[in-house]
Write a protein that binds this ligand. Structure first.
Ligand code: PGA
Length: 286
């Protein structure tokens, strides 16, 4: 099945998705693509050495040449941020950190500050990834401090939210997403939050091969967008990009990225290989 979303753009949809799309038309078609440029981010977690990162960029850059529809961000470990910044220079690829402290400096062994990230050319930062929440005690409150700091320093924040399996099974998904989003946004002046990006990452879909169906993802994105409208403003809710993350692969990118409320993807495992991540970028043009 082929739909036309924009002049010159086609959406290819797997046959088994057609029923869902029929049910949801016309609101499933992207209505505001220019306002919310697709963002595809690679979260490399604790993988790759600097040599491997450079080899990745050499293979990846030619693959995405000419694909201007998406903002592309690579998030490597802090040890290779400068290497990756150098390797992608003069190419339409941005570099993001996987986390940061909210303070500019101080006696915080092992931490990286927003000033340090800015100084080496990093432009984006992941905040509150579920692995940071689960293994490193990040809380909704620390996410809020980091988000304010990212805005103050002009870093583009990608704030991760998402429910655990037990929470979904207990019908608490909306409550969890509303709580995580509202605390993250507490005390933030909408005028400073234009660059906000949220990533919906259901914890049960991360690294498990279980992807949320487009329907589940679209519903969660609607809940998050409604909370942004409440916490900040309806205008900001309409312009904020909300990404989906959790077992995104080249094969499921188009069916997720063509939905109205999904503005891109945060990709873990499938972003480690240049060919696979390149295909995800290409397929996100949907
Ligand atoms: P995954 O990870 O794509 O390997 O599920 C996504 C993430 O953790 O951001």
């Amino acid at each position: 099945m082929t739909l036309r979303a924009l002049p010159g753009k086609k959406i290819h949809i797997e046959p088994f998705r057609i029923e869902i799309l029929k049910m949801r038309e016309p609101q499933t078609r992207k209505a505001v693509p220019n306002m919310r440029k697709t963002l595809i981010a690679a979260n490399w977690k604790m993988y790759k050495t600097p040599d491997e990162a450079v080899a990745f960029t050499k293979a990846f850059i030619p693959l995405i040449a000419g694909h201007k529809h998406a903002e592309i961000v690579l998030c490597p470990s802090p040890t290779m941020l400068p290497t990756v910044v150098d390797a992608v220079r003069n190419n339409p690829i941005h570099v993001g950190a996987q986390t940061m402290h909210w303070l500019d400096q101080g006696a915080y062994t092992g931490e990286t500050s927003p000033l340090m990230l800015k100084a080496i050319g990093v432009t984006h930062v992941l905040i509150g990834h579920s692995e940071r929440r689960q293994y490193f005690n990040e809380t909704d409150e620390s996410v809020n401090l980091k988000l304010k700091s990212a805005f103050a320093h002009g870093l583009i924040p990608i704030v991760c939210v998402g429910e655990q399996l037990a929470e979904r099974e207990a019908n608490q998904t909306a409550e969890v997403l509303e709580r995580q989003t509202s605390i993250a946004l507490e005390g933030i002046d909408p005028a400073t939050a234009q660059s906000l990006v949220i990533a919906y990452e259901p914890v049960w879909a991360i690294g498990t091969g279980r992807t949320a169906t487009p329907e589940i993802a679209a519903d969660a994105h609607k809940i998050i967008r409604a909370q942004i409208a409440k916490s900040l403003s309806p205008a900001l809710a309409a312009s904020t990009r909300i990404l989906y993350g959790g077992s995104v692969k080249a094969e499921n990118t188009a069916s997720l990225c063509c939905l109205e409320d999904i503005d891109g993807a945060l990709v873990g495992g499938a972003s480690l290989d240049a060919a696979s991540f390149g295909q995800i970028v290409i397929n996100s043009a949907a």
